[in-house]
Design a protein around this ligand. Structure first.
Ligand code: NAD
Length: 274
């Protein structure tokens, strides 16, 4: 018998995109630790398989699945096959897959903009489009959309990335309103730096890439495992916003309290280092 609960249990079945690395891998691990089965989705088949094998070694139920989240047909196929592959209705969707793109406006090639929008924004749109109606009919469960503090942080030379994350935040806020009272919880995760492979695998010029990597290694105030754990606990409580680090919470407040001053200050700091 299915227990209609939003809390992760042995009855839970989760689809985690970008499960082959970083935050997605940590989500897969934490869901499995809590008893849920996991469909480990990634464009990188080998990485998805490695995560699924790790969960199976822990005694969990996990299936690897190769899929490009930016491709509507592949995401439709995923949504049609997920329930059969895990043997139960999908109760949790983690729209996590994402890529990094950086550079000044006019210098970032349009094909890199497109790649970023396809994966970071269309990937989440596809996930919500194909899975959210199924969750609504089920009447419980949840969706965590992995946005970023970039959604509101206005960091210069990150236009493409910032735009996609602002879109993910807007979509999550809209769904939270649209799904109110349905029993399905929606949360948007907005971290600042978390040590993962996103900078190393991103399309960022080499000088900025090494700067970003150094900042990630030295300034990150958390780990992907802690972020995943906190996010699942926050979803359980039915809260929309997940701001896992102090700097994310400070930027969030400052931007809301004094948006003009916030952007001006960010610009001045940028000019000092540019
Ligand atoms: N690491 C950070 O500092 C940070 C901060 C804020 C938000 N985020 C967000 O967290 C999410 C996870 O990123 P991460 O930092 O763990 O990066 P990561 O590079 O370690 O992992 C991303 C995973 O997504 C997969 N992926 C990439 N394109 C895909 C596609 N088209 N279809 C399916 N899978 C694809 C990759 O193969 C990889 O396994 C992203 O949405 C990212 O924007 C990261």
């Amino acid at each position: 018998m299915l227990i209609k609960s939003n809390k992760i249990s042995k009855q839970s079945a989760a689809v985690v995109t970008g499960a082959g690395s970083g935050i997605g891998k940590s989500f897969a691990y934490e869901i499995s630790k809590r008893g849920g089965s996991v469909l480990c989705v990634d464009i990188d088949e080998e990485a998805a398989t490695k995560t699924a094998s790790m969960l199976k070694k822990m005694g969990g139920i996990a299936v690897p699945y190769q899929c490009d989240v930016g491709n509507a047909d592949e995401m439709r196929r995923l949504s049609n096959e997920a329930e059969t592959l895990l043997g139960r209705p999908i109760t949790l969707l983690i729209n996590n897959a994402g890529v990094g793109v950086g550079g000044a406006i006019g210098k970032v090639p349009l094909e890199d903009w497109k790649w970023c929008v396809d994966v970071n924004l269309w990937g989440v749109i596809h996930g919500c489009h194909f899975f959210a109606p199924k969750l609504k009919s089920l009447g419980y469960g949840g969706i965590i959309n992995v946005a970023s503090a970039a959604a509101f942080g206005a960091a210069p030379e990150m236009s493409a990335y910032n735009v996609t994350k602002a879109g993910v935040l807007a979509l999550s806020e809209t769904l939270a309103a649209e799904f109110s009272g349905t029993g399905v919880h929606i949360s948007a995760l907005c971290p600042t730096l978390v040590p993962t492979n996103i900078i190393a695998s991103g399309r960022i010029d080499s000088q900025k890439k090494s700067l970003g990597q150094r900042a990630m290694n030295s300034l990150a105030m958390t780990t992907s495992d802690k972020v995943a754990k906190l996010s699942l606990n926050t979803l359980d409580k039915g809260k929309l916003y997940i701001l896992p680090q102090l700097d994310a919470r400070i930027a969030w407040r400052a931007k809301r309290l004094a948006p003009r001053l916030y952007t001006k200050t960010i610009g001045e700091v940028y000019r000092l280092f540019a």
